[in-house]
Write a new protein. Structure first.
Length: 362
């Protein structure tokens, strides 16, 4: 990837074309430059530019991506990738040569798919050259686990094949895990563990649902999803939930959730099974009311704490993803009295305090 910033010396005339400028600057034929532009390898000020005759201006930033490995936009997408887009305001919590930990904003899809017509986190990783190649030569972008589009928070990304293999293994063995914060429309009756089998909803293919299977099973039955007693596509799931604070009007509750497994929509399914819903989660039953507010900006669910063993040193590491502005402002507005015995929200949400709060379920 190469970045060029337009200076006064570059503007030989008042209407310098993009293809003419790049042809001179890169000492390449205009035909070669136009092919780069046509195939989305040229960005102007962070946005893909497909106009050969675009008139460049003073202080414009021209980015040229390597056509062998770098492409930030597939031809069938309707929305050009823009690094200035609010949903790409991605803060880096930690980075070294092996791993990258980011604070994912809401409204951002993780993976590309035929049905996805917008830019994704993978596009952002491509743009910033976060990629590695497997022994077979395939490109990987190191995404070890996922967050739903409307969920924000900590996300781990491997930067090498070894780190990817190691983190994927520790995710399966539960040495890597997450604690979430959520705002729900009805307070829980008690701190509690929830475990059930989950599968695709037979009524709505966009949803997952609790599946009723006779219990008990042995531990091997639960952890071995290929066991003959468990139907295909059905997975065991477990979450722990603790009450943190009640809203000033008594209708809402801020809770912390520890994942013991990492199934698709797991927290949302478990709450629905208790007739509770995350604010904004209309897919799983949230219905605005005078008491619970009309909140539809996104799902108020945030991956707050991520822990893992470093893939190279095996050091136990903990990362906190600061609550993003939209959710933090909601908490500061509607939770001003009950801090669970703490002096304020900041103290209540200290990393150690959140993790210790689950001791009540031990």
């Amino acid at each position: 990837m190469q970045n060029l910033i337009i200076t006064e010396n570059d503007l030989t005339n008042s209407k310098m074309r993009l293809d003419s400028y790049l042809s001179l600057k890169l000492q390449s034929s205009k035909n070669q430059i136009q092919n780069l532009i046509k195939n989305h390898f040229v960005l102007v000020n962070g946005k893909i530019c497909n106009k050969n005759g675009y008139t460049i201006g003073l202080n414009d930033t021209i980015t040229i991506l390597s056509p062998t490995t770098e492409s930030v936009e597939s031809a069938d997408k309707n929305t050009a990738f823009c690094v200035d887009d609010e949903k790409f305001a991605i803060s880096i919590i930690y980075e070294d040569e092996d791993i990258l930990i980011i604070n994912k904003p809401p409204h951002l899809v993780i993976h590309e798919a035929p049905s996805v017509k917008e830019s994704t986190l993978v596009d952002w990783l491509k743009f910033h050259s976060y990629r590695f190649h497997t022994l077979s030569g395939n490109e990987r972008y190191g995404i070890v686990h996922r967050l739903d589009k409307q969920t924000s928070g900590a996300l781990a990304i491997a930067k090498t094949p070894l780190a990817y293999q190691n983190l994927s293994h520790t995710l399966k063995t539960r040495e890597m895990g997450r604690y979430y914060l959520a705002i729900i429309d009805t307070p829980l009756k008690n701190h509690q563990d929830i475990e059930c089998f989950m599968g695709r909803s037979p009524h709505n293919r966009l949803k997952m649902s609790k599946i009723h299977i006779p219990m008990p099973f042995t531990e091997s039955d639960i952890t071995n999803t290929t066991h003959t007693h468990i139907p295909k596509g059905i997975r065991y799931s477990k979450s722990s939930m603790v009450k943190l604070a009640t809203s000033d009007n008594g209708a809402l509750e801020l809770i912390a959730v520890k994942l013991h497994t990492g199934r698709t929509h797991q927290i949302r399914v478990h709450l629905e099974s208790l007739s509770r819903h995350i604010l904004g989660d209309t897919l799983y039953g949230y219905k605005p009311s005078a008491k619970t507010f009309f909140y539809q900006n996104r799902i108020l669910l945030h991956a707050y704490i991520l822990y893992l063993n470093h893939p190279k040193t095996s050091q136990k590491m903990f990362f906190k993803a600061p609550i993003l502005t939209d959710m933090l402002e909601f908490i500061q507005t509607h939770f001003t009295k009950d801090f669970n015995g703490c002096k304020d929200i900041t103290e209540m949400l200290e990393t150690d305090r959140i993790m210790r709060s689950f001791d009540v379920l031990s």
